[in-house]
Design a protein around this ligand. Structure first.
Ligand SMILES: [Fe+2]
Length: 316
């Protein structure tokens, strides 16, 4: 069986709307999953409105992209979806028993990548269950396109840099972003170091892979230098022509490449409830697009290799 489907571009180079397919059954078809993977690799965001998905199918959709990731808030008592450990409910609402439906609130969020851990989350899907009207938009930005548009001088300057993505609670909320105090440098050095220019295995193109916090540490730079560079790169990325906004209504699915896209969202009135099911899959460890060259000491004695690595061998 091969599932037919129709694809409509959301912008000329980024994002597609997928129709004419029932994802609940299509995800059982390996040929469809292969096509879907290709579509996500090339277009980065797939929006599939009006789907009737069971919790199990949503989890299986994520698992088709990689090992499922648990990204629920630590230590927070919320309902989520009983029996479905990989679905995180994002909501600002309270269930009739007074317990939150899931993690979250109604705040607007800044551009960010989800879970840039040692092995980052590679793909994310939302399945909307309930939303205020008009629905707040979720926005996606193509960071491959952002990188391509950077001035050559900037590309050269950042080619081999890394940034440490430290863990800062609720850093994606606008208010925390604007007002959250910086942490001591030793605390900001505890995160995961990722290349600023990451290889995208879907297309083999470079991604501008930015930490959310502008106070992130860039090894080899002072805090002032790193802050100025991250501000410069994020300011460049703010241009609207790299972005799309999707209003998600009940039964809409959106699936995206969390390696190559950053996302954000509108906020909405606190007294209105949005309920979103969220699944995520780990990708690969981040790979620098322009790795430093390693010295080849294969075949040398340990003593000779030490001299090379210490820079004491004039031949290297
Ligand atoms: Fe997010």
């Amino acid at each position: 069986m091969t599932c037919a489907f129709e694809v409509e571009a959301l912008t000329p180079g980024f994002g597609v709307k997928l129709t004419g397919v029932d994802l609940e059954s299509a995800i059982r078809d390996p040929a469809f999953l292969k096509d879907l993977r290709s579509l996500v690799d090339s277009r980065l965001v797939v929006y599939a409105p009006g789907q009737k998905l069971s919790p199990r199918a949503l989890q299986d959709l994520a698992a088709s992209f990689g090992p499922p990731a648990n990204i629920k808030w630590a230590g927070y008592d919320a309902h989520h979806v009983p029996g479905c450990e990989w679905i995180k409910v994002i909501s600002n609402g309270l269930a009739p028993d007074g317990k939150p439906y899931g993690d979250g609130n109604a705040s607007a969020q800044i551009w960010h990548t989800d879970a840039t851990w040692e092995v980052p989350v590679g793909h994310v899907a939302f399945y909307c269950r309930q939303t205020p009207e008009p629905p707040p938009k979720t926005y996606f930005k193509n960071m491959i396109a952002v990188y391509e548009a950077l001035p050559e001088e900037t590309k050269n300057r950042i080619a081999r840099l890394r940034a440490i993505h430290h863990l800062y609670p609720k850093q994606i909320e606008v208010k925390v972003h604007e007002e959250g105090p910086s942490l001591p440098r030793e605390r900001r050095e505890l995160g995961f170091a990722h290349p600023l220019v990451r290889r995208h295995f879907g297309t083999d193109k470079p991604i501008l892979y930015l930490p959310t916090r502008r106070d992130s540490v860039i090894p080899g730079m002072s805090d002032e230098q790193a802050h100025a560079l991250l501000d410069e790169l994020w300011s460049f990325a703010q241009r609207d022509d790299f972005s799309i906004g999707v209003p998600l209504r009940a039964d809409d699915v959106v699936l995206w490449d969390n390696r190559a896209c950053v996302h954000s969202r509108d906020g909405w009135p606190e007294d209105q409830t949005r309920i979103m099911w969220h699944v995520a899959a780990f990708g690969e460890a981040s790979t620098p697009m322009f790795p430093r060259q390693s010295l080849n000491v294969i075949g040398l004695t340990p003593e000779a290799a030490s001299k090379v690595l210490l820079g004491e061998d004039a031949a290297y």
